[in-house]
Design a protein around this ligand. Structure first.
Ligand code: PLP
Length: 273
């Protein structure tokens, strides 16, 4: 992506998500990726997780009005070219985020595109979203998404569809589109039966496939965040959704190939360049 010349204001983006004390996923992965993409990252913290490379042992939710106030504060002064949601923890935070996004012009058919990563759990299965908040994800968050980017576990929770092959992936992409997202991206990276990783993008009309080689690494913590953050940076630079997904897919593949060990568990999917 183009870099702003020294001393000039770069493109800005906003991530509304949870922190990771281990520096691997969530807001830490987002802001690291955004900086590496030459974009200034604004952050609205929705939850603070107690987390390391082994797992998430707890989280603290930020009051919904404080989450919304962070968004309002940033957009009014700094201005942003695209935004992303990650871990939002609860239905009351989701409702506050959806309302403030609509208020300030973030979302599909609004000036600022919104990528919704409907984070439900960590890769270790630790919950990051209260189960009763799934209705708010379906009815409040996905309907304002320019693009929604669930992994296969999230697809199952949100749509009830178990993606096992191309046919079920298409069904899932259609079901997500039917919930109101302008584009749906079904991330196939967790389908471990293949030597490649295919993500399926759908806009209600055409299906586009993005395939990359599977990178055999255990250092993949925050891989979904890294992909989403790179897509958001490309959107803020004026890329179309398909071009932004192509950029993000290539970005996360190169990141996984360069990722490093950290702690006793999974190192971060995003390296340091
Ligand atoms: N922690 C936070 C705050 C996250 O947002 C996410 C994913 O989006 C995770 C943890 C989980 O990352 P992973 O599934 O790679 O463990």
């Amino acid at each position: 992506l183009p870099l702003a010349p020294d001393g000039t204001t770069p493109v800005r983006v906003l991530t509304i998500a949870g922190t990771d004390s281990g520096g691997g996923a969530g807001i830490q992965a987002d802001s690291r990726t955004m900086a590496m993409c030459g974009v200034h990252a604004c952050v609205a913290v929705a939850a603070v997780t107690v987390q390391n490379s082994v797992g998430v042992s707890g989280f603290h939710e930020i009051p919904p009005e404080i989450v919304a106030a962070q968004v309002r504060s940033v957009v009014g002064d700094i201005g942003i070219g695209a935004a992303k949601t990650g871990m939002l923890a609860s239905s009351s935070i989701i409702e506050a985020v959806a309302a403030v996004c609509t208020e300030v012009g973030i979302g599909k058919d609004q000036p600022v595109p919104l990528l919704v990563d409907p984070v439900c759990a960590s890769m270790h299965g630790d919950p990051l979203l209260h189960p009763e908040a799934l209705d708010a994800v379906r009815n409040t968050l996905i309907p304002i998404a320019t693009v929604v980017t669930p992994n296969l576990d999230e697809v199952r929770l949100i749509t009830g569809i178990d993606v096992v092959d191309d046919r079920t992936a298409r069904q899932a992409a259609e079901a997500l589109f039917a919930l109101g997202a302008k584009w749906s991206l079904v991330k196939g990276g967790h389908l471990r039966t293949s030597t490649s990783s295919t993500d399926l993008l759908f806009d209600g009309d055409k299906f586009l496939e993005f395939t990359s080689p599977r990178i055999d690494t255990g250092n993949d913590h925050g891989g979904g965040d890294t992909l989403g953050a790179a897509i958001v940076c490309a959107l803020a630079n004026g890329y179309s959704v398909p071009d932004a997904v192509e950029f993000g897919k290539d970005w996360v593949t190169r990141c996984l190939a360069a990722s490093y060990d950290l702690g006793a568990g999974h190192g971060p999917a995003s390296p340091l360049w």
